[in-house]
Design a protein around this ligand. Structure first.
Ligand code: PFF
Length: 451
């Protein structure tokens, strides 16, 4: 049974969890959110959201996963037998499965961009306007019929290869190797970006607080970004923590993981904003265009553009791969645990249908873009329903479960490893889980629904 497998080291626990968390959410979504929400105030609001909601919800999920040692649905059944709490688990398995459908498509674009950077194709046939050139490349990479599907298939194959190797030899080994590399590459880019002439203007925009820009919308977006970037409300942390050894210090792990994710977010800000300001490229910093249109223009200004471009898209690929693997693992663990399936079989059952589902998502940006539900194409519909409805609701339900559904002693026992660790913070976390985090999550949910 997969739940008997554990990560083999403390480093493995951190690397795998940070690997899951750091993905498109931190590398791509975060700079967009900073740009859209008044710069530095968003960073401060994000820090508060991580402290008041992120770490407590993460600890709730850790306590459920490690406490039960089981997959996302079974864990609720084991901890509260005969009660309907396991329904939360059903949503927490369903949400990541739906997310995987479109996340793999974006992951496919990153592989294509890596390929185009390595071969130099990204910079070929440049006309008078680089913006037009890169916009046309992005248009074809994201909305043509076959190429995005083929690159998504490459990503699915990579996921299958890693996940079939299992928790220790697949997920843990990959994370131990790739996460340090990710930090080194980020550091290199920070140095390059900060040494550009005029970089300071970007640093000021990102780091000097301008509280006149603070409004409720900024706070709500910060909470949304915190649970997206920390992989909360998706069963991922429940599943991964079922692989934590009984000796793992949960509060310390949650703090370290959140701090590292925050650090990556800060590093991304220090890469993007100085570069954008240094080259005076404004306005093109929203959505996919930031990564796929603006950044290649910045690389063009540096010596050896192909090298920097390849290095960046490799970084993005690493970030996405360690996340897609964790998203898929939720359903794989469920099949292995509940139906006693072999890992091989459950990997295939989870990932092979993705060939179809992700292709439909991809086509919905091109030839199927006229197929609309509530005015949204299939890609955006899945993104909207999962990110705005399912994730905050599951995260909210998890807080209610740990705060009110389970005995108080359960949380305290898990966080103290049966009394062997002492931490005064546990009572604070418990208070936040009962009274603060659910309110923040509900506010985000209601706000998203109303707007
Ligand atoms: N935390 C990861 C990221 O920020 O990309 C993984 C993830 C987040 C996956 C949110 C899916 C999602 F909706």
């Amino acid at each position: 049974m997969s739940s008997k497998t554990k990560f083999s080291s403390k480093i493995g626990v951190i690397a795998a969890t940070v690997g899951s968390a750091v993905g498109l959410g931190t590398v791509w979504r975060f700079p967009n959110e900073v740009q859209a929400n008044g710069g530095s105030v968003f960073l401060i609001a994000y820090l508060f959201a991580v402290l008041l909601m992120g770490i407590p919800v993460m600890l709730s999920e850790f306590s459920i996963g490690r406490g039960s040692g089981a997959d996302t649905i079974t864990s609720f059944k084991k901890l509260t037998p005969g009660k309907p709490w396991w329904l939360i688990g059903v949503f927490a398995v369903l949400a990541p499965y739906l997310i995987l459908m479109y996340y793999l498509v974006v992951a496919g674009w990153t592989v294509e961009y890596l390929w185009l950077s390595l071969t130099g194709g990204l910079y070929e046939g440049m006309g008078a306007s680089p913006t037009q050139h890169f916009s046309a490349v992005m248009q074809s990479a994201t909305s043509s019929t076959w190429s995005p599907i083929i690159w998504t298939l490459v990503m699915i194959a990579l996921n299958i290869l890693i996940l079939m190797k299992g928790v220790q030899k697949g997920i843990e080994r990959m994370s131990n190797l790739l996460m340090p590399l990710l930090f080194v590459i980020l550091l290199v880019f920070c140095c390059v970006s900060l040494s550009l002439p005029g970089a300071m203007e970007g640093v000021v925009f990102f780091l000097r607080p301008d509280f006149s820009k603070l409004n409720p919308g900024v706070l709500i977006s910060a909470v949304g970004q915190a649970f997206f970037s920390l992989s909360l409300g998706m069963g991922i942390l429940i599943t991964y923590s079922s692989y934590f050894p009984k000796t793992t210090n949960l509060p310390r792990t949650a703090t370290k993981v959140s701090a590292l994710v925050f650090l990556v977010a800060v590093m991304m800000g220090l890469i993007i904003f100085p570069a954008v300001k240094a080259f005076g490229i404004e306005g093109e910093t929203q959505g996919a265009a930031l990564i796929f249109v603006t950044l290649p223009q910045i690389f063009m200004e540096l010596p050896f553009p192909q090298f920097w471009s390849s290095l960046f898209f490799f970084l993005l690929l690493v970030a996405t791969l360690t996340s897609t693997v964790s998203i898929a693992e939720v359903a794989i663990a469920y099949l292995c645990d509940t139906f006693h399936m072999s890992r091989r079989k459950s990997c295939l059952i989870v990932l092979l249908p993705m060939v179809l589902f992700s292709s439909v998502c991809s086509l919905s940006l091109g030839v199927l873009s006229d197929v609309r539900v509530f005015g949204l194409n299939i890609f955006d519909l899945i993104d909207y329903t999962t990110s705005n409805i399912m994730l905050p609701l599951v995260a909210f339900a998890v807080c209610i479960y740990v705060g009110y559904g389970l005995p108080k002693s359960f949380f305290f026992k898990e966080l103290s490893n049966d009394g062997s660790l002492k931490s005064r913070m546990t009572a604070v976390y418990y208070f936040l889980i009962r009274y603060v985090s659910p309110l923040l999550l509900l506010t985000v949910f209601i706000n998203k629904i109303i707007s």
